[in-house]
Design a protein around this ligand. Structure first.
Ligand SMILES: [Ca+2]
Ligand SMILES: [Ca+2]
Ligand SMILES: [Ca+2]
Ligand SMILES: [Ca+2]
Length: 352
């Protein structure tokens, strides 16, 4: 069969799907956006152009839920025993292509490895979460707002969040409390209220806005659960004081200063040795009180010497005269004892 001479020429104009407009949001096109593209077909019949035929397609961009948290700073928060309102700082970022609420919760860890390698061995107390209301990156008591969720956090937006808690007394140098902050996505639910829990769309894609969880696995959460969690640590930095009290018989009424014995009338030198371990925080305002037992009498003529040195088990006579004796007690206040420093308090008494 020969061809019929009639030829149909069709010109197809195709919209290039790749030619999408660049989107400024890292999170991508906003959820719920309608994307419509239209194909046009122009053709001729018998050499005459016919009416153009068009076809359109519209899809709805689905909602990708993603959240992350980062620690602010590069080391644990250094704290003192008994410190109140100790702050750890985080940044919570909404990586979703939608405005969402983000629930915030803090959990204590027990015995696990912290964010910076230390092993958790205590819990903080009075734990509260604040948002950086004045956006200055610093926790401001009375200004920053205590929250349980971040309200209406826009796509790609982030907030600085502070976990604020108290440190128990009695903790030692190097003790660690690890906390975990978890942020969980919720429906926006309007400004001023926390929306409902998010659910991922199961089954086939629908023509409506579906929901897909895209978050990673954090410290204690799983991948694709609409949540992210991260550790941060409180690390105790404190003084490590040790106190030793030693005595030496200086003289007695019979032997004088040659091999003196602790007989009634003998003079005894007492020395209180205060040491702070290396690597410790300095101890400030160290108050020393030493009540004298009734069997000995304070030697007011000799007096009290403080901040002297100590070497090879001996208190050296190089202290500063000072301190006081009142109501049966020797009292001295040292201005401070630095790490790896030793200071002494020296006084004498007579055995009754
Ligand atoms: Ca703990
Ligand atoms: Ca602030
Ligand atoms: Ca809300
Ligand atoms: Ca997750």
């Amino acid at each position: 069969m020969s061809n019929r001479s009639k030829m149909l020429t069709m010109v197809s104009v195709m919209a290039l799907a790749m030619l999408h407009s660049a989107n400024a949001l890292a999170a991508g096109t906003a959820a719920g956006t309608s994307i419509t593209n239209t194909a046009s077909i122009a053709y001729q019949v018998g050499g005459v152009s016919q009416n153009t035929v068009t076809a359109s397609n519209t899809i709805t961009v689905d909602r990708k839920v993603n959240v992350t948290i980062a620690r602010v700073g590069s080391s644990a928060t250094s704290v003192s025993p008994g410190q109140t309102s100790a702050v750890t700082t985080f940044t919570v970022t909404n990586l979703s292509n939608a405005t969402l609420d983000f629930g915030l919760a803090v959990a204590q860890q027990s015995g696990s490895t912290g964010a910076y390698g230390a092993t958790d061995n205590f819990d903080t107390s009075n734990v509260k979460i604040y948002v950086d209301s004045n956006a200055n990156g610093t926790y401001d008591s009375g200004t920053d707002t205590q929250v349980t969720y971040l309200d209406e956090l826009a796509a790609d937006a982030n907030k600085t969040v502070f976990v604020v808690s108290d440190i128990p007394l009695g903790r030692l140098n190097g003790d660690d409390a690890t906390i975990v902050l978890t942020s969980t996505g919720f429906e926006g639910g309007g400004s001023g209220s926390k929306g409902a829990a998010l659910t991922e769309t199961s089954g086939a894609n629908t023509s409506a806005m579906d929901t897909v969880f895209a978050d990673g696995a954090g410290a204690t959460d799983s991948a694709r659960d609409a949540a992210y969690s991260i550790k941060n640590d409180y690390l105790v930095f404190t003084a490590t004081l040790s106190v030793t009290k030693i005595s030496k018989v200086i003289s007695d009424p019979l032997n004088g200063t040659t091999n003196p014995k602790a007989i009634p009338g003998a003079t005894v030198e007492y020395c209180i040795v205060v040491a702070n371990a290396s690597g410790s925080a300095p101890a400030d305002s160290v108050d020393i009180t030493d009540p004298l037992p009734s069997q000995i009498a304070y030697d007011a003529t000799y007096g009290i010497f403080f901040s002297g040195t100590y070497s090879a088990g001996v208190c050296n006579s190089d202290g500063i005269a000072g301190g006081s004796y009142a109501t049966g007690s020797v009292t001295v206040t040292l201005s401070g004892v630095a790490a790896n420093e030793t200071k002494t308090v020296l006084y004498r008494a007579t055995i009754n």
